[in-house]
Write a protein that binds this ligand. Sequence first.
Ligand code: TYD
Ligand code: MG
Length: 470
Amino acid sequence: MTRINTTYICQNCGAQSRQFFGRCPRCNNWDSFVTQASSSNHRATKLYEEISDLPIAKYSKPIDQVKELFVERLSSGYNEFDRVLGGGFVPGSLVLVGGEPGIGKSTLLLQSAMIMSRYSSILYVSAEESAQQVKLRWRRLNECKNLTNFHQENKTSQLHLMAETELEIILQELQSFRPAVAVIDSIQAIYTSGLSSAPGSLSQVRECSLALQKLAKQQGTAILLVGHVTKEGTFAGPKVLEHLVDAVITFEGDRFGNNRLLRAIKNRFGANYELGVFEMGNQGLVELTNPFEIFLGRNKATTGVATIVAYEGTRPLLVEVQALINTANYGNPRRITIGISTNRLHQILAVLEKHMGFRLSSFDCYLAVAGGVTVQEPAADLGAAAAIVASYNTLILPPKTVFIGELGLSGKLRPVTQIPLRLRECARLGFDKVVMPKIEGLENIAIDLNISLLQVETVMEAIIFGLGLE
Ligand code: TYD
Ligand code: MG
């Protein structure tokens, strides 16, 4: 007879033991040991050998025979929103829209729901505001030109509103109404009665999202979850939601300004870091399909300002980088950035000190990207360096010049991706000179676009020739 030995395995770290422990001796986790049956005559190996004699695939099939499913995406009603989503909502998907409180998430989703309700059924679940409050906003937005009032056409609206916080009731309504799209505003405000913890707690957020995800997949409803982010920019319910959902869209911008940026930071159905631009006004949010003006300052004759072309998602975006270099009054000089990482500023300053001899350690340095944009790619380095040098020397950079390039620690410029698209955007907006690293094969594009390229090897050359200091 086969003798079964019991081994125990820790579900947290995978430690194995013949002895049971209440607390894992390796990772110190409590209650993580579970039994794992094994036998002394290697039953599993034998079973494997038996099966491998039979070349019949039972549960898998060749990939070319897997049935393809062509899904028709639902337009959100806004080109900018659609582009960020990768072409609209995928039926059955779960999308998280996050942002700071008051940034305009409810406004955006209500506007989108109003447009979508012209051609599909929508359920808007308001868990934070009463039905009356949402109705008031709806009425106000309805008076806008771009959001047609359905009642004028004597039709009942396909946009249904429900003010509810209990998950079970929301699920019931979703099952009976079966909308094409549902908005849950917000995931942190709803709760399941199966758990005793408070709404917004980790277990509630996870449990509710899982139940909604299951339902979305089952009946093909696209579900939009609104999530509040903390000051540090993470979703409350640490990262739990980001793993679970199909797409994470953040809605950001300067709350005191009007620009709002919609950015995909994870998207199973489209490009990451795609950017959509909106403007908040009296008539709600208006999309800006040609947003360059807000990112390029209108006052050209200022010192310490350089233009760069950032590549966000699938779209090049011309933005202004502004630097202010001032004598430091206290021991430690200040290094403050807006829209660009402070570590990059430190690195750019170090390269300028080492390779160009600027003594910047006794100066405060402020660096900001205009228009509330956050630039993440290193292609902005050269523009930032040019703005810093210009501010240090009180210079005005030549007009209609764009700086592209990453700064290597050795002082050499490193090439960046998508150069032809960036050049095209520069030409489209009337810029005629681009300072950039040496890349071959761009002559024809430059002639076509009527743009002059200043291709250099080092940051020193870029600054001297780019700023006209020779
Ligand atoms: P809201 O959508 O409630 O923010 P969130 O859901 O992200 O918390 O937006 C609130 C802000 O938007 C509020 O400060 C007022 C402003 N707003 C306008 O400026 N114009 C408008 O037409 C609307 C509806 C809101
Ligand atoms: Mg809200």
